[in-house]
Structures are given as structure tokens and as C-alpha cells.
Design a protein around this ligand. Sequence first.
Ligand SMILES: NC(=O)C1=CN([C@@H]2O[C@H](COP(=O)(O)OP(=O)(O)OC[C@H]3O[C@@H](n4cnc5c(N)ncnc54)[C@H](O)[C@@H]3O)[C@@H](O)[C@H]2O)C=CC1
Ligand SMILES: O=C(O)C(=O)CO
Length: 317
Amino acid sequence: MPELAVYTDIDDLDPAPGVELLEDNGFRVRVLATRDPSEIAAAAAEATALLAGYAPVDAALLDRLPRLRIVSLLSRGSDTVDVAAATARGVWVAAVGDVAVEEVATHAWALTLALVRRLDYFALSARRDWLARPAPGPRRLSELTLGLIGLGRTGSRVAALAAGSVHRILGYGRGPTPPGVDAAPLAEVVARSDLLSLHLPLTAETAGLLDANLLATARPGAYLVNVSRGGLVDAEALAAALDSDRLAGAALDVLDVEPPPAGDRLAGHPKVLLTPHVAYLSDAAARDYVLTQARNVVHWRRTGRPLHPLAEPAARP
Ligand SMILES: NC(=O)C1=CN([C@@H]2O[C@H](COP(=O)(O)OP(=O)(O)OC[C@H]3O[C@@H](n4cnc5c(N)ncnc54)[C@H](O)[C@@H]3O)[C@@H](O)[C@H]2O)C=CC1
Ligand SMILES: O=C(O)C(=O)CO
């Protein structure tokens, strides 16, 4: 009997290239469209490979999938998976590597420029009354300081896009400081930047990092861009900082609950420019995501390890 590979949810992407690759390599494939753990457990009880979108994969679900050997994510972020629980159970966790770094950085920089130039306002006013003077008005980019929080693949790429356009780039993060960025502690980046751009993973350490205390130290009239994960920011504190004009606006590609429930304070906030978790998206990247997710499984089956592992399994039963 061929091994079973199960897709949980695959967002709006077309799973066909991944399904074809898996079937060509001897897998039986089942494509679900659910994040519900009970539905996943029922459909994947025999599966050795789980291809997960945003469905949470925690210890309880893993315990219901006794034959599972690999979770392959449709993302660079791994906050939906309990990686420690998986590795403790002999299950590999793999992500999509460097796919769509360009797209995510471009999206973050595009959102930054849209805020600086007040494009959300002008796009509406041009159709409504043509002449318009928003408050606050557009800013002069070359006078502004960009503050990058997170200096990995995306943060570095945003720095490269912004270089030469802004007055200065401050950056907080671990690892090497990208060219053109002045390293600074988090508090200093927040206090001295006009444009804050978040590029951290969501972990136990970074959850709620931008809280009320930190937001209260932001430069008055600063803008915030978040294409990373909603959970990095305290949503209520951000809404309050926008209400009080501490922040002039925010551009968000991610929220702590997606899609947002009716009445979500940030999704409905007039000072928020919102995109529906599409920073990674281009036609090319959509295909790359789907194929890389499937390639991880195929590579694991051929060689014993996925192409882009996040952690080694601690035990291999
Ligand atoms: N909206 C979208 O479509 C997408 C969003 N993302 C999100 O963007 C996040 C960042 O992606 P990448 O740039 O590829 O990640 P990355 O792993 O290349 O960079 C993250 C950086 O943050 C640093 N870091 C981690 N914890 C830290 C802490 N507590 N303090 C300071 N620095 C810390 C790491 O050392 C690393 O340098 C992903 O984790 C994911 O959540 C990624 C792809 C698409
Ligand atoms: O790759 C990621 O982490 C994403 O958020 C893409 O949806």
C-alpha cells in the first residue's frame, strides 16, 4: 500500500503541482480544506506526511497521528507547529526555505511607501472629490528614519530596498547587521524611527513584543508596518496608539486572528491599511511555495531528511 500524504489547508493556492509531484513519487494524496484537528486526525490517521497550511499542529493532534514522520509547512514561519512536540515524537518539521523573500520585502516596502505617501487616502479622494488635503499629509521620505525590527532574510532585503531613499536605517535583531543598517537596541529603534517595520518570527519570546509600554515610546506620528505575524503586536495597545495619534497609521498584512472576526478593532480601524496575508504572493511564489512544500516530503522519502528542516527529530521510532 503506498504511503499517504495529507494536505490540511492550502489557503487559496492551487495544490496541483504538489499533488502531482507526490503522486509521481509513489504517495497516495488526500487534499482536505480544513484546520479542524478532529477532521485532520480522522483523515490523516494513516498518513506518514502532513502538508500543513495554517492548521495548528500541536501535541494533541500529533498524538492522534501515530504513523506521521514529517510535517511540511506551506510557510517560512513555523508558529503554527509545536516543533518541540513533533521532534520529541520522531517527526520532522520542514518549511519552505527562502521562497518569496523578495515578495515579502517588496510588500513591506510598498506598504511603507503607501503610508508615507498617504496612498490609501488619495486612492479614495481622487474618485470622491479630487482635491484633498489629508491630515497628516504625505511625508518627505529622505528625512525619515526607518527602524527594522528583525534583520534576517526579510529585514535585510527591506534594508536593501530602502537604502538611499531614507535618511537613516536603524535595526534591531540577532546575527549579522546588514549593510547600511545601524544596529541599536530595540528601545532605541522604537523611540527614534519614523517608520517601524517588523520582521521577526512569532515565538514565545517575541509574542506581544510591541506592547503598550513600548508603543508609548514611539516617535509621535510614526508609522508601523507588520507583514510578519499579528501576534508580535498587542492588538489593543496598537489600536489605542492609533486612537491617541501616537502612531499616525499602520499597515498590516497579518492579524492575530485571520480572517479577522466581525468587529476586529484593527481590521476596521480607519488608520489601518490592511492586506489579507498576501505579502508572499506572486504567481511565481505561489507555485514555489506549493512545490517546495511537496519537495520536502519527496526529499525526506528519498534521503531520510527534508530539504529545509527546521529541527532534527529527537527520536526516530
Ligand atoms: N505575510 C507573509 O506572507 C509572510 C510572513 N512571513 C513572516 O515573516 C517572518 C520573518 O521571516 P524571515 O525574514 O524569513 O525570517 P528569518 O528567520 O530569516 O529572520 C528572522 C530574524 O529574527 C531574528 N530573531 C528571532 N527572534 C528574535 C528575538 N527575540 N530578538 C531579536 N531577533 C530575533 C532571527 O535571528 C532572524 O535574524 C516569518 O517568521 C513569518 O512569520 C514570512 C513569509 C511570508
Ligand atoms: O511563509 C509564511 O510564513 C507565510 O506567512 C506565508 O503565508
